[in-house]
Design a protein around this ligand. Sequence first.
Ligand code: NAP
Length: 290
Amino acid sequence: MAAHIIDGKTVSLKIREEAKQRAAVLREKGIIPCLAVVVAGEDPASLSYVKAKGKALAEADMEGRDIRLPAAVTETELLDLIANLNNDEKVHGILVQLPLPRHIDENKVIAAIDPAKDVDGFHPVSAGNMILGRPGFLPCTPHGVLALLKELPVSLSGAHAVVVGRSNIVGTPLANLLTRRNVNATVTVCHTGTKDLARHTLQADILIAAAGKPALIKPEMVKPGAVVIDVGVNRVEDSSAKNGYRLCGDVDPAVAEKAAYLTPVPGGVGPMTIAMLLRNVIQAAEAVKI
Ligand code: NAP
């Protein structure tokens, strides 16, 4: 039987609607939730993500401050900008779109963001709070994946989750969130050092692909009836497409014949990432003392 395709867009719209209602409550108190989005350079993927974020903010009656910088911006200029945004009371969240131009140290820039405005959840303080299970900002993509999983009629407690990928923004925090007591999954993390990837993925009740490799996960690597979450967003050449490329995930679409649930790309995890970002901006704005 073919997998049920998980509609991330519909789930994300519920979260965005909730953010909109919380934004309205804040507006009544004179607070307009505001996210500053900083982009350096003209990376087409970054510009399209930023556009989607701006649209989502507007639809939730929140403010987006779009700050575009040339690719040649210096690290000092960027750090000065972050310092100004940290001190700007009207700005509740700061998002620096990655990747940054190569001459800029991303870690230094992320660490310069006030942790109270770190709505991407990438600051070491946010990462530390997450690992310790303390309140703070959770990174949007892993948090979005968790929210999607919680929508499914499957038990996460006791399930074996296999995460393919260990990046600081997806795989590692996701593995951490899944092992928390309130989720209670048992987690295996795979990476390029993993010998025989399929041996691990075949054990997964919940398989999460976050490797950035088109169609890495084939049907023969999936346990029948598994939940498969495809985080990957890869641009592959396609001469039949208007712009010469199409988006595809890390999971071969033929996996739908094996899995019980599968997220599509696009329309699965992507919309959830944006919804969780809005939620974090609201969380930051609600924390403002008035
Ligand atoms: P990343 O920083 O490149 O990390 C990829 C991870 O996958 C690394 O840990 C790497 O292992 C592992 N990996 C790569 N090839 C592998 C293979 N053949 N077998 C096993 N492991 C492998 O990427 P990322 O930032 O985590 O993003 C992953 C994907 O998710 C990308 O396609 C990205 O575009 C997408 N993404 C989507 C969203 C969304 O909102 N939908 C958000 C963020 C990212 P090593 O550590 O050993 O190198």
